[in-house]
Ligand binder design. Structure first.
Ligand SMILES: CC(C)(COP(=O)(O)OP(=O)(O)OC[C@H]1O[C@@H](n2cnc3c(N)ncnc32)[C@H](O)[C@@H]1OP(=O)(O)O)[C@@H](O)C(=O)NCCC(=O)NCCS
Length: 156
């Protein structure tokens, strides 16, 4: 097993992680979150931020948002550093976010992804996400988003 394949530790993020989180945000072509946004998210009871770390280095993160009046949670951000991709880190982060959504009584997780982000869309489909529709001009650069959802609680 190479170091890239060793299972990362996933834990809640804290304010000391902000620099690493901002570094990961640079991997998004647009709509990167600012330091202020992260600080706000870390304090918000309706937000959960996790980091994946290996050997003390943060290699991925995800953000889940919930609203008390909605049974749908939102996977707001997901990113894994290039050297750590393809080993299931994102899948583990999503599983953790979905478990937390379920724990909070949510039945569905929604997300938006750029329509040209084929690797991410493939991963979401593998994990059971299906298309809701296209959000035209959703991103700051005017590009479209695919709106997807995953029912995490099967109604009996
Ligand atoms: C999209 C992204 C988060 C995926 O991260 P990742 O950690 O590589 O994702 P995973 O490893 O869980 O899944 C990716 C692939 O590895 C495969 N995989 C999963 N576990 C694996 C394992 N243990 N060993 C080998 N491959 C594995 C998955 O099946 C998937 O296969 P695919 O290439 O056929 O789709 C990452 O590419 C990224 O950060 N991109 C830039 C930011 C971004 O676009 N975020 C999404 C915005 S909505």
């Amino acid at each position: 097993m190479t170091i890239a394949e060793a299972a990362p530790r996933i834990r809640p993020a804290h304010s000391d992680d902000i620099d690493a989180l901002l570094q990961l945000e640079t991997l998004f072509p647009t709509d990167a979150m600012s330091r202020r946004s992260f600080l706000r998210l870390l304090k918000r009871p309706s937000a959960r931020v996790w980091v994946a770390e290996r050997g003390g280095t943060v290699i991925g993160s995800t953000v889940l948002l919930t609203r008390s009046n909605s049974a749908t949670a939102r996977l707001y951000s997901l990113v894994v550093s290039p050297a750590a991709r393809g080993h299931g880190v994102a899948a583990r982060l999503i599983a953790l976010a979905e478990a937390e959504a379920q724990r909070q009584g949510k039945h569905t997780v929604n997300l938006e992804v750029r329509t040209d982000n084929a690797p991410a869309i493939r991963l979401y489909r593998q994990l059971g996400y299906t298309d809701i529709g296209t959000l035209t001009g959703f991103y700051e650069d005017g590009s479209d988003a695919l709106h997807m959802h995953h029912r995490i609680v099967v109604s009996s």
